[in-house]
Design a protein around this ligand. Sequence first.
Ligand SMILES: *[C@@H]1O[C@H](CO)[C@@H](O)[C@H](O)[C@H]1NC(C)=O
Ligand SMILES: *[C@@H]1O[C@H](CO)[C@@H](O)[C@H](O)[C@H]1NC(C)=O
Ligand SMILES: *[C@@H]1O[C@H](CO)[C@@H](O)[C@H](O)[C@H]1NC(C)=O
Ligand SMILES: *[C@@H]1O[C@H](CO)[C@@H](O)[C@H](O)[C@H]1NC(C)=O
Ligand SMILES: *[C@@H]1O[C@H](CO)[C@@H](O)[C@H](O)[C@H]1NC(C)=O
Ligand SMILES: *[C@@H]1O[C@H](CO)[C@@H](O)[C@H](O)[C@H]1NC(C)=O
Length: 325
Amino acid sequence: MEKLHFHATTIIFIIFFLFFRVLSLATDTITPTKPLTVNQTLVSSGQVFELGFFNPGNGNWYIGIWYKQFEQKTYVCVANRDTPINSSSGKLTIGNNGNIILVNEAETAVWTSNISVPVRNTVAQLLDSGNFVLRLEHDENPENYVWESFKNPTDTLLPGMKLGWDWKTGVNRFLQSWKTVTDPGSGEYSFKMNIDGFPEIFLLKNETGMKKMYRTGPWNGLSFGRVSVTKNVSIIEFKFVDNADQISYSFEMKNTSVRSRLVMSSSGSFQRFIGVVSSQTWTLFWSVPRNLCDNYRRCGLFGVCDANATPLCKCMKGFRPKNQQ
Ligand SMILES: *[C@@H]1O[C@H](CO)[C@@H](O)[C@H](O)[C@H]1NC(C)=O
Ligand SMILES: *[C@@H]1O[C@H](CO)[C@@H](O)[C@H](O)[C@H]1NC(C)=O
Ligand SMILES: *[C@@H]1O[C@H](CO)[C@@H](O)[C@H](O)[C@H]1NC(C)=O
Ligand SMILES: *[C@@H]1O[C@H](CO)[C@@H](O)[C@H](O)[C@H]1NC(C)=O
Ligand SMILES: *[C@@H]1O[C@H](CO)[C@@H](O)[C@H](O)[C@H]1NC(C)=O
Ligand SMILES: *[C@@H]1O[C@H](CO)[C@@H](O)[C@H](O)[C@H]1NC(C)=O
């Protein structure tokens, strides 16, 4: 009797274990027969990132990726940023041509990964890095990803994402702000690699043309010239690659239990945040422009800028101002 009881418990346990294992194995992936509907989310295998539908407060619905372990939602990627759906009854799935598609209530595609997929047995998976990838069902080699969210950035650079030129595709990947804090649509500020001179990154504002607001200065082997990092960055490894394949900036975390992200904010400030899960906090670590002097060509040729002075601009010794203001 005792023995029988033991067996029954074990069997029930095994059944439950297998059941949940199947469920948990499946929850980071979308397949043609297993789409994602509104009240469902994908969770990366190590529980780091989550993907699903969200409404940022403007009444529209978007597909986004956020940190699973932080209670306060921070969206690091928005798929259909300029083509929201008006109700929560959408579906994210794999279309007949092997692409990821988002369909609305009326089953019309409002967003798609839109690449030519060589074969059709594709699945889409959310990885612990925050990368949402479209790949062949049995091929997990990163070199063979058909499409990836890391190569289609929104306003946020995560560890492992590359900002800049990819010579194989001829694409210059850049960050573009949300319109407002409640509207993820493509906003006026972008942070983009410029290779007209030495490679450097410019903060641009879209106002009757793209106006340069801030420049990082060229890479000096450790950092970009004008970005003076005064705090301890021993936890972050910065990378700058300039070769036949790419001119790119990226970073990695040396301590993987610390999170970090770079964001082009809708108010025009470019920011690095550091997050610690155990304290549920995001700290603003660094941001530019720091003051009015950081603005691109604020004082003109031969000008010297002092953020604590009025007027802001002085001339260099031996020069006289062109304009008294
Ligand atoms: C999602 O959940 C909400 C709240 O539980 C519910 O009102 C809504 O009908 C659900 N939507 C779908 C499509 O299941
Ligand atoms: C929402 O979108 C669907 C499909 O585009 C459309 O048929 C419907 O009228 C819209 N509803 C509202 C309230 O705008
Ligand atoms: C897909 O890409 C093609 C070529 O780049 C473009 O013409 C088309 O508008 C895109 N379709 C969608 C739905 O984004
Ligand atoms: C600049 O903004 C205008 C108006 O919103 C938009 O039509 C245009 O596409 C934007 N240009 C760029 C390069 O983002
Ligand atoms: C930076 O952090 C390392 C390791 O935690 C420490 O050894 C070093 O003294 C720190 N440097 C500064 C400037 O705070
Ligand atoms: C990594 O960061 C966590 C959280 O701040 C800290 O507790 C841990 O000691 C760090 N590990 C190393 C090896 O520095």
